[in-house]
Ligand binder design. Structure first.
Ligand code: PSV
Ligand code: MN
Ligand code: MN
Length: 388
């Protein structure tokens, strides 16, 4: 069994991955949303499910909320509910993509009334952050056009800057804004924040409290995502990750499922760039579980991140540097692959047990009775996105 050094274990112990509330709701494609027995009926139940993931893995102490999907009358009560279950409320995700008013844009809209509405929604999200104690406001925009000539791309970029400036001005000293990019969908010709460069340009114009959010599923096939990770860390502007994996588009599948090697390569750059256990870089999942059970889906996800982090930490930096210096291409690649191909699962299982956690969190969840309990108790779970 490969041993993990005390230094590596110490680093792993500090690792945290935020869970998205929407991962616990029913979801699907435009063809069909399949329901799962035991699905949460409100944000309180979503938080309770997220707390199960944390209890069994020790990896997920916070839950991201989506507004208005997770709107409640009393956010202080939701906050106390979370804290009572050993987790806290994390990133607040805005939603300016589901109202008819936003058909031609939200923060980029040429219609002042619509743009005002979208800005006000973000200001309301910051009010929620004040109540929940959240640090980050995450903005993903569906804004874009479908046909060349449909709108003036440059004017939209200028209006986006104006809107973000107003939102940024409302942030408290300890609060941040992270701007997520996505290369297409729902707009198919142009998207207003399509790539890291645009997000970087927009957040750089705002100030230190504005950073880029990198969603791993939001790149064209073949994109070297670890290069972007390296560059954003180098520039001090990587604010957060939305982890998931994809085969084709924005699949939102379990992180590390489609391409574990890509996750490894990303984590190598995170470590190289000082991004691991660095409070400036938030690690979050952005996933949906369309056909599998949601709680074990989330457990599998955080374990995948932990396993790849352990492998990335095993990378022999000295041997790699020596091979690179000698321009020994094959030796350098062999050092890299050695770390990737090391099975860390037995060592991690042993380590979990030594910390009072289950050696196998997946098996522990299956045996603990929670799934049976929620399936019996909860009737009428709601679709992700339309929760109470
Ligand atoms: C839409 O693409 C999206 O998946 C973005 O990644 C957001 O982070 C997420 O929805 C939640 O709004
Ligand atoms: Mn995302
Ligand atoms: Mn997405």
């Amino acid at each position: 069994m490969t041993a993990l050094s005390p230094e590596i274990l110490n680093t792993l112990e500090k690792q945290t991955i935020e869970l998205p509330s929407w991962a616990f709701g029913n979801s699907g494609t435009r063809f069909k949303v399949f329901t799962t027995p035991g699905t949460p009926r409100d944000p309180f139940e979503k938080v309770a499910d997220a707390a199960q993931v944390n209890a069994l893995t020790g990896l997920a102490p916070s839950v991201a909320l989506h507004i208005p999907w997770d709107l409640v009358d009393d956010f202080d009560a939701l906050r106390r509910h979370a804290e009572g279950l050993g987790v806290r409320l994390g990133t607040i995700n805005s939603n300016a993509f589901q109202d008819d008013d936003y058909k031609f844009g939200s923060l980029t809209s040429a219609d002042d009334t619509v743009r005002r509405k979208a800005i006000d929604h973000h200001l309301a999200c910051i009010d929620v952050m004040d109540a929940t104690g959240s640090r980050d406001l995450k903005i993903w925009l569906a804004d874009g056009t479908n046909y060349p000539g449909q709108d003036d791309m440059r004017a939209r970029q200028d209006r986006l800057h104006e809107s973000l400036t107003e939102i940024y001005a409302r942030l408290g000293d300890e609060q941040r804004l992270v701007l997520e990019y996505k290369f297409f969908e729902p707009a198919f010709y142009h998207t207003d924040v399509p790539d890291w460069g645009t997000s970087y340009a927009q957040v750089s114009a705002l100030g230190d409290k504005a950073m880029v959010c990198l969603d791993t599923g939001h790149h064209a096939p073949g994109t070297n995502i670890e290069f972007i990770v390296m560059q954003l860390l180098r520039l001090g502007k990587l604010g957060s990750f939305d982890f998931n994996s994809r085969f084709y588009a924005d699949d939102d599948l379990i992180v590390g499922a489609a391409d574990p090697f890509q996750l490894f390569r990303i984590l190598v750059e995170v470590i190289r760039g000082g991004g691991l256990n660095n409070p400036d870089v938030a690690f979050m999942l952005d996933q949906c579980h369309n056909i599998e059970k949601k709680i074990p889906g989330q457990i599998r996800s955080v374990l995948n991140v932990q396993e790849m982090t352990a492998r990335a930490l095993l990378l022999d930096g000295d041997a790699l540097a020596a091979a690179q210096k000698a321009n020994d291409v094959l030796a350098a690649n062999a050092v890299f692959m050695d770390a990737f191909q090391t099975d860390v699962r037995p060592a991690l299982a042993q380590w979990r047990e030594s910390r009072g956690l289950p050696a196998d969190p997946m098996a522990a969840y299956a045996a603990c009775g929670y799934q049976e309990k929620i399936e019996a108790e909860r009737v009428g779970g709601v679709q992700a996105g339309w929760g109470a």
